[in-house]
Design a protein. Structure first.
Length: 404
């Protein structure tokens, strides 16, 4: 229906142009005089250009889009270079070029920077650049390039969409933190200038080697005596490995939740510890324990795509998700809503002697409610540590976290 309408509109405007040319010529022939011939000669250049434009096709154009890279971090600038090429040097009076962005990028591009008004003339190669100063987190699409031109009278219009679908991934912004464990089970998580080291004095015994054990855990002396590989066995609570569980229910502080989760995950992974991740929204993301560059890549990939669209409350995720039942490590919960039901669900982990820390995200300057302080005291009775983290002050919030 749309194509038919555009075709009818095109032929109607072409008919109107031809009709105007006939009318002005007839007027000059029958009326005579300076005025009538002046009108004819004045109208002829415009009408001839419009007639030529009617038979010129924008299919002659090809487009290339150049980006410096495809992975970014939130609030970074995106610079895009668009290059148009054509074979026929038809003199275009003007050309409107618009890089068609997805909705998420469209909102970030202020003042239509991706849409420009050019005067190409006879040029066969046309190039322009635009910049989006602050990228939002997420996966964004650049869909097509739209071209539009017309004659000066607006009688003949030409429009073309050149499909060029590409996507970029914008990871969450994160703050560089350093995670110290040292006497982790007394000090917990905090910002520090000292990097983590496992203490040999925390070894509880030895056992036979199992696939997946770290190379550094092997007890070489005992292995030589037994004529078989054995590894050190640590107390259960001595693991620096953590499972990060992020609240994906609707909240205006969700971007801060994602940013803090990224910051904390990055800091833990830098210590050579393993990190798992769980986020349940419309799309569920569950990452088993990973370390190093692979762990960071997977964590930041899922954090880039995370949305606050969870159909179930956060406390129900803790109670019902099967992924959590398979983990026997420290649990770190990141949320913006501290509730009684959340503490009850988290207490099931501490009952099994697995440490639980809950980070509650606050806006800058937001006061801690008396009900939240009461819940914090109640959580401490279960062995759950609660820390309030403020936007843009992650390091300050982490100082002095204790396991009580």
């Amino acid at each position: 229906m749309g194509d038919t309408f555009r075709l009818v509109k095109y032929f109607w405007k072409l008919f109107t142009l031809l009709l105007l040319m006939i009318i002005t010529f007839s007027y000059a022939m029958f009326q005579g005089g300076f005025v009538s011939w002046f009108l004819l000669y004045s109208f002829v250049p415009f009408s001839l250009y419009a007639l030529l434009l009617a038979f010129y096709s924008l299919e002659d154009f090809t487009v290339e889009r150049s980006l410096t890279r495809w992975d970014y971090y939130a609030n970074e600038a995106l610079t895009v270079k668009v290059t148009l090429k054509r074979n026929k040097p038809f003199p275009l009076l003007f050309l409107i070029v618009e890089d068609c962005l997805g909705e998420s990028l469209e909102n970030a591009a202020h003042e239509n920077q991706h849409k420009v008004f050019l005067f190409p003339g006879f040029r066969k190669v046309i190039t322009y650049e635009y910049q989006i100063a602050s990228l939002p987190r997420g996966e964004h699409e650049l869909q097509a390039v739209r071209l539009f031109t017309s004659d000066l009278l607006g009688l003949i219009e030409k429009e073309k969409h050149l499909k060029l679908k590409e996507s970029i991934l914008v990871h969450p912004a994160y703050e560089k933190l350093i995670f110290e464990s040292g006497n982790y089970y007394e000090q917990g998580i905090r910002a520090s200038n000292n990097r983590i080291q496992r203490e040999a004095s925390m070894v509880a015994g030895i056992r036979e080697y199992q696939p997946g054990d770290r190379f550094s855990w092997i007890n070489w002396k005992a292995s030589a005596r037994r004529n078989g590989m054995v590894t050190k066995e640590f107390e259960q609570l001595q693991s620096d490995d953590m499972l990060l569980i992020m609240d994906c229910t609707k909240d205006h502080r969700f971007e801060t939740i994602v940013s803090f989760t990224a910051s904390l995950g990055q800091a833990i992974l830098q210590t050579d510890a393993h990190v798992g991740f769980l986020a349940v929204g419309v799309e569920r993301a569950a990452i088993p324990l990973h370390s190093g560059a692979d762990g960071r890549q997977m964590l930041f990939y899922y954090l880039a795509k995370a949305k606050d669209d969870s159909p179930i409350p956060f406390d129900r995720v803790l109670s019902t998700d099967s992924f959590l039942q398979q983990q026997q490590i420290s649990y770190v919960l990141v949320t913006a809503k501290l509730t009684s039901s959340l503490i009850e669900s988290a207490s099931k982990f501490t009952a099994r002697r697995f440490p639980v820390t809950i980070f509650v995200i606050k806006d800058l300057g937001e006061a801690i409610a008396s009900a939240e302080l009461a819940l914090k005291s109640r959580a401490k009775n279960y062995g759950i540590e609660i820390t309030f983290i403020y936007k843009e002050q992650f390091s300050a919030g982490l100082m002095g976290v204790s396991r009580g």
